[in-house]
Design a binder for this molecule. Structure first.
Ligand SMILES: O=C[C@H](O)[C@H](O)[C@H](O)COP(=O)(O)O
Length: 287
């Protein structure tokens, strides 16, 4: 959801404050609703909204958090956890057959079925591992991320983490699939060349037409959504992208949530959106 006309009349500095406040409200509400004192294993995602999740957790004090271990999704969240004085643990130390109790993470766009685009900050592979290692994955975001269909507001494209040597081949295949101008994400100022992820790989951003929501396009009997007309369904596109040789992981989180599949799902059980009017909107798929 982009800023409305009346919101865009607000001075830029005030708009930025409004967005920060929205992120903070969503994060505090999500922590209040989903961090249970008896939990011991908590996943912490990446991005600017998760900063407030860690702030909200740390504010509960050692009386609540001292028995908890916090599992990061990359270098940024590792630093956040340590700076807040919380106990860091890594996902490779999670005992076989066990899951995190809950994981919190942001998103770049969230559709009506709680499918997500993630990876705007170049963290997505470790995020997917942590999200799918959790019983409950909870998404925190501000009002700009709410959208009926992925690709409506987030126009930069679906982030795809790729092996650098495969990038030209992946770009070719994406174009054949109907992506408009997919490109290798450039480094930030001060870094020549492509951005390099926490895993030593590159990111390709692949814009597609807004995606269909068909829950399972293979069973729907409907041909639309398989990319023939340039429009993909979320699951059909995700299934195809992940099979391109050289693709390590994709920034589409879709399918089922952790309460629907025992092994952990990619979709959140709930998404919290801080709204421009100060309220928090919750979309939930529990039950
Ligand atoms: O790569 C970054 C992650 O997927 C973030 O969770 C996502 O980009 C949302 O970040 P933010 O909370 O800063 O909007």
């Amino acid at each position: 959801m982009a800023m409305s006309t009346s919101e865009s009349a607000i001075p830029l500095e005030q708009q930025a404050r409004l967005v920060e406040e929205s992120k903070r409200s969503a994060a505090y509400q999500a922590v209040k609703d989903h961090l249970v004192a008896s939990y011991t294993r908590i996943g912490i995602g990446s991005g600017s909204t998760v900063v407030y999740v860690v702030e909200a957790i740390a504010a509960l004090g050692p009386g609540v958090t001292s028995n908890m271990k916090f599992y990061p999704t990359g270098a940024q969240s590792e630093e956040l956890i340590e700076a807040a004085g919380l106990t860091l643990q890594f996902i490779n130390k999670l005992p076989a057959g066990q899951l995190l109790d809950v994981a919190f993470d942001g998103a770049d766009e969230v559709d009506d079925d709680l499918n997500l685009i993630k990876g705007g900050g170049a963290c997505l592979w470790q995020e997917k591992i942590v999200a799918t290692s959790a019983k409950r994955f909870v998404c925190v975001a501000d009002f700009r991320k709410l959208s009926p269909r992925l690709g409506t507001n987030w126009k930069k494209g679906i982030p795809i983490e790729v092996l650098p040597m495969a990038a030209p081949r992946v770009l070719d295949e994406l174009k054949q699939m109907g992506s408009h101008n997919p490109r290798i994400r450039p480094g930030l100022p001060g870094k020549a060349g492509a951005i390099v992820t926490d895993n030593g790989l590159w990111i390709i951003d692949a814009p597609f037409m807004p995606l269909h929501l068909l829950k399972d396009s293979s069973e729907s009997g409907i041909q639309a959504g398989n990319g023939d007309n340039g429009v993909w369904a979320v699951d059909a596109l995700a299934d195809r992208l992940i099979k391109i040789p050289g693709v390590a992981e994709i920034g589409l989180f879709y399918g089922k949530n952790g309460l629907q599949v025992e092994s952990g799902g990619q979709k959140p059980v709930a998404a919290y959106f801080g709204m421009a009017d100060g309220t928090v909107e919750v979309k939930s798929d529990i039950g």
